[in-house]
Write a protein that binds this ligand. Structure first.
Ligand code: SAM
Length: 362
């Protein structure tokens, strides 16, 4: 891949925060398409110890890459304040910590504990590559984490090492999944990004391995996030094909969603061995039911994974904004939301410069 220098400052140039319109006290906060605000994803670091070829390719994320300086990264207290303001503004039901690799953030358990205390009743989850999970599973659970998602793109060690591009062995991630389950973070969700010709030969193997384990494999279509992964439609294995391949070996039947707007389409094994999910971000856009907002590592709000610019909440927080005005800013941002990138994706839009997933939070 040709090395690209990405003008981050341009992408990080924030949008003006629109004023909030009054919502009826009993009315839910909704955007221009009537979509409510339900999930908040928080990127706690833009750094990762893996160099997954489809996410943080080493040609781009090398020693010269301009990661955020320490003082631009939200502190735990700032993250908690913003998360509380989101709840105040829109009734967030679920918070996911992500990155970058969230377990690289020092004392991440302290953040989990602070969020647990500040947001009782919220489903508190975290997505990790699993490399540091074995050592942290118990402390994360004790701090109040409800569930965990572990990324695992192959069971074949050579393929896995080539995809993470830091020679990390698959056995350690499998051990981490076991540790998470014994720590009480079950059922573990196992995310596999499927890229044609790279790991698609592993689709059925992962299904076979995790059948009867209680864990749920979720197959994700390879997406054109960011600007560095050289995405092409030809690399995508449509989720219909993934389901067909698994169904041929282990018959599947569809299961209804657990809640409105659930991203993964669920399928269960006809023989009762558990279930899988498929996330068809490319072939079946789910923008119409998207209830997700994202906070980048430096405190900007993005209302779409494929956004080019965000809204700078950190500036408000560090400028001393009162709590009610912070919640109002979030209402204003959500009320004017129009995003529907996956519905209008073309080869041209795929080439547009977008914020990297490691920065915005996967
Ligand atoms: N480091 C953590 C991890 O590995 O899970 C959290 C961050 S990572 C960006 C979150 C998820 O995004 C991972 O499951 C990863 O596989 C997925 N992801 C990254 N780039 C992707 C792409 N181009 N298409 C689909 N999923 C992608």
């Amino acid at each position: 891949m040709v090395k690209t220098v990405i003008p981050l400052n341009e992408l990080r140039n924030p949008l003006a925060i629109p004023p909030a319109r009054a919502t009826r006290p009993e009315g839910a906060l909704a955007d221009t398409r009537g979509r409510t605000l339900r999930d908040l994803r928080i990127s706690v670091t833009d750094r990762c110890n893996f160099r997954c070829v489809y996410c943080m390719p080493r040609e781009v994320f090398d020693a010269d890459y301009p990661y955020l300086p320490h003082d631009e990264v939200l502190t735990f207290e700032e993250i908690v304040r913003i998360a509380k303001a989101f709840r105040e503004a829109g009734g967030i039901e679920k918070v996911r910590l992500t990155g970058g690799e969230p377990l690289l953030r020092r004392d991440i358990e302290r953040l989990v504990g602070l969020l647990r205390e500040a947001l009782p009743g919220v489903d508190l989850t975290l997505t990790t590559n699993g490399s540091a999970l074995k050592a942290k599973a118990r402390s994360l659970k004790a701090a109040g984490l409800d569930r965990i998602t572990v990324s695992l793109d192959s069971l074949d060690d050579a393929t896995f090492r080539a995809m993470n591009d830091v020679d990390f062995p698959v056995a350690k991630v499998l051990e981490a999944i076991d540790s998470a389950a014994s720590a009480g973070l079950a059922p573990v969700k196992v995310n596999m990004v499927v890229k044609r010709g790279v790991n698609d030969h592993q689709v059925v193997d992962l299904a076979r391995h995790f059948r009867n384990s209680g864990h749920v494999v979720r197959y994700i279509e390879y997406m054109d996030v960011g600007s560095t992964n050289g995405w092409r439609m030809d690399d995508v294995i449509p989720s219909a094909e993934i389901v067909r391949r698994i169904h041929e070996r282990f018959p599947l039947e569809p299961v209804g969603p657990l809640y409105a707007g659930e991203v993964a389409k669920r399928w269960r094994y006809a023989d009762g061995a558990g279930e899988i999910g498929v996330i068809s971000s490319v072939t079946h856009a789910f923008c119409g039911t998207c209830t997700r907002a994202r906070i980048s590592t430096d405190g900007q709000v993005y209302t779409c994974l494929f956004a080019q610019r965000g809204y700078d909440l950190k500036a408000l927080v560090r400028g001393g904004v009162p709590d009610d005005a912070l919640a109002d800013a979030i209402r204003g941002i959500w009320q004017q939301r129009t995003d529907r990138y996956s519905e209008i994706r073309t080869a041209e839009t795929a080439r547009e410069r977008k914020v990297e997933m490691s920065f915005i939070g996967g």
